[in-house]
Design a protein around this ligand. Structure first.
Ligand SMILES: *[C@@H]1O[C@H](CO)[C@@H](O)[C@H](O)[C@H]1NC(C)=O
Ligand SMILES: *[C@@H]1O[C@H](CO)[C@@H](O)[C@H](O)[C@H]1NC(C)=O
Ligand SMILES: *[C@@H]1O[C@H](CO)[C@@H](O)[C@H](O)[C@H]1NC(C)=O
Ligand SMILES: *[C@@H]1O[C@H](CO)[C@@H](O)[C@H](O)[C@H]1NC(C)=O
Length: 217
């Protein structure tokens, strides 16, 4: 894990801007850093080979070399959500998980309890798409994953669900010393850890998230 941590630090240290990767569930397409600023990371259409995903008690894992970020998750119940409107109900973005703030850089396995969000249509057997929204201080970044929800499916054991923080880069720090620390814990939504849940937030768009991040920095 230390080797991969160093590799990711080196990777991200090369660029000035923030990036993140959605490691699980599998995103729509191959990661293209330059397209991450675009809707679904540049992949407009849903894939036909969807990942089966737990209706309850799921997780998603991201990796970033950028210390200090907010991350939230939007959900659409459309078969082919290819516009921002697809991720909104009544002109309000459909959050399956409110924005959370994380101070570190590294790999994070974050609970995603879709059933608990009570989104109409996000039920057993439904095709849904999640859009992970990441803000590291210089604008929103996006990755999407097309899923089929299952009440009997649990996160595969092949998915590493652990948090590993590294010294990343941020607006206020240029340190790249690869010190690591690991934590483990429950995957329940009650395992708040370092994340502050910003409940009740219904950002109307990317500007709102950018404003939020600015307020927190
Ligand atoms: C879910 O998506 C798959 C692949 O696109 C499709 O074959 C299937 O009919 C869809 N299921 C539902 C319930 O819409
Ligand atoms: C879907 O198919 C593509 C092309 O074969 C593959 O690269 C990708 O891993 C598949 N995705 C899933 C979620 O199985
Ligand atoms: C959307 O707005 C309509 C009209 O105000 C309302 O009847 C409906 O319940 C709303 N739907 C949701 C999901 O909030
Ligand atoms: C990782 O950290 C986040 C918050 O920082 C926490 O919600 C989550 O439960 C942690 N995951 C593990 C596997 O400890």
């Amino acid at each position: 894990m230390l080797v991969s941590a160093i590799a990711s630090v080196a990777l991200f240290a090369a660029g000035a801007s923030a990036h993140f990767r959605l490691n699980y569930p599998e995103p729509r397409g191959v990661f293209v850093a330059a397209n991450e600023v675009n809707f679904c990371g540049g992949y407009v259409n849903a894939v036909s080979n969807r990942s089966t995903y737990p209706l309850s008690g799921g997780v998603f894992t991201i990796n970033t070399g950028h210390a200090g970020f907010t991350v939230g998750v939007l959900l659409s119940t459309e078969q082919n959500p290819n516009s921002w409107e697809s991720f909104s109900l009544n002109e309000t973005q459909t959050f399956v998980r409110d924005y959370a703030r994380e101070e570190g850089a590294g790999t994070f396995c974050i609970p995603l309890d879709i059933a608990g969000a009570n989104i109409p249509g996000a039920v057993d057997g439904a095709n849904v798409t999640i859009q992970v929204v990441f803000e590291g201080g210089d604008g929103n970044l996006y990755q999407c994953a097309d899923l089929t929800l299952s009440s009997s499916f649990t996160t595969p054991s092949s998915v590493t669900c652990a948090n590993e923080t590294v010294s990343g880069h941020s607006e206020s720090s240029t340190s790249t010393a690869p010190s690591t620390s690991s934590t483990s814990g429950s995957s329940g939504n009650s395992g708040v850890g370092q994340v502050q849940y910003l409940s009740g937030l219904t950002a109307a768009g990317s500007l709102a998230l950018a404003g939020l991040a600015a307020a927190l920095l």
